[in-house]
Design a protein around this ligand. Structure first.
Ligand SMILES: [Zn+2]
Length: 244
C-alpha cells in the first residue's frame, strides 16, 4: 500500500502521473479544496472581527479616558472658579466689614465730637448769659412798681410780664424748667442759684405789696392751695421766658 499514490477523494494509483492527472479533474478534491479555502476565509473573518473588536475596545477605552479627563478638567476648572469666587467673596465681605467698622468709628467720632461741641456750646452760652446778667439790687426792686399796671395784676402771668419787663429784665435765667431753678447775680456780682425760684418770687410779690399797696395775699387766692397755684403760674411764665 505504501507504493500507492492517492487523492483525498479515495482514488489510488501506483503511478504518480495518474494521480496527478486525476487530481486535475477530481471534483471531490476541488470541493474539498474549496471548503478548505472557505474555512480559511472564515478563520480570517473571525480574526478580523477580533481585531475590530479589539480596536473598538481601545477606541471605547480612549473615549472613556478622554471623557474622564474632560470631566476631571471640568471639575478642576469649576473647583478653581469656586475657589476664586470664594476668595473674592471673602475679600468683599472683609472689605465691607472694614468699611462698616471705619464708618462706625467715623460716626462715633463725629457724634462724640458734635455731642461734645453741643455740650461745650451750651455751657459757653449759659456762662456768657450768666456773665451778662445785670445784678439785682434787692432794695431797689420796689422802685419799679411805678411801671405796674392794673392789667398786670389780673393774672399770675400778668405779674410775670411786669417782672420780666422791669425788675427782673436781663437779671435772671432759668436753667431747669422742670424744677424752676433760676440763676441771678446779687448786687456784688456773685452768681446765685434760686431753687424753685422761691427767693425772687417772694422778692417781687413783697415789693408789689409794700410799694404798690396791693394785698398780694388776697390777690393770690383764699386757700394755701390757690396761693401756691398762683405763684407756680407766675414762676412758670418767668422760667419759660428766660429758659436757656
Ligand atoms: Zn480524486
Amino acid at each position: 500500500m505504501d507504493d500507492y499514490y492517492s487523492c483525498p477523494c479515495g482514488y489510488k494509483s501506483k503511478y504518480k502521473g495518474n494521480v496527478t492527472k486525476h487530481k486535475n479533474k477530481c471534483s471531490e478534491l476541488m470541493k474539498i479544496n474549496f471548503l478548505k479555502e472557505i474555512e480559511g476565509y472564515k478563520e480570517e473573518i473571525c480574526r478580523l472581527k477580533d481585531i475590530i473588536k479589539d480596536k473598538e475596545r481601545i477606541i471605547q477605552e480612549k473615549q472613556h479616558n478622554i471623557s474622564v479627563e474632560i470631566l476631571q478638567k471640568k471639575d478642576d476648572i469649576i473647583a478653581e472658579k469656586d475657589r476664586v469666587i470664594q476668595e473674592k467673596e471673602t475679600k468683599i465681605s472683609s472689605l465691607h466689614d472694614e468699611n462698616v467698622r471705619a464708618l462706625r468709628a467715623q460716626n462715633d467720632a463725629l457724634l462724640k465730637k458734635s455731642g461734645q461741641t453741643n455740650i461745650n456750646n451750651k455751657i459757653t452760652i449759659i456762662n456768657n448769659t450768666i456773665e451778662n446778667l445785670l445784678p439785682i439790687e434787692f432794695d431797689k426792686i420796689g422802685s419799679y412798681t411805678d411801671k405796674l399796671e392794673i392789667e398786670h395784676l389780673e393774672s399770675p402771668e400778668g405779674i410775670a410780664e411786669y417782672a420780666l419787663a422791669h425788675p427782673l429784665k436781663d437779671r435772671m435765667i432759668c436753667v431747669d424748667l422742670a424744677r424752676k431753678n433760676v440763676k441771678y447775680k446779687d448786687h456784688l456780682g456773685n452768681v446765685s442759684t434760686d431753687k424753685k425760684m422761691n427767693k425772687l418770687t417772694s422778692l417781687i410779690f413783697d415789693s408789689i405789696e409794700k410799694c404798690a399797696g396791693v394785698d398780694m395775699n388776697q390777690l393770690c387766692g383764699e386757700s394755701q392751695k390757690q396761693k401756691k397755684a398762683f405763684k407756680t403760674k407766675f414762676k412758670k411764665k418767668c422760667c419759660e421766658a428766660t429758659l436757656i
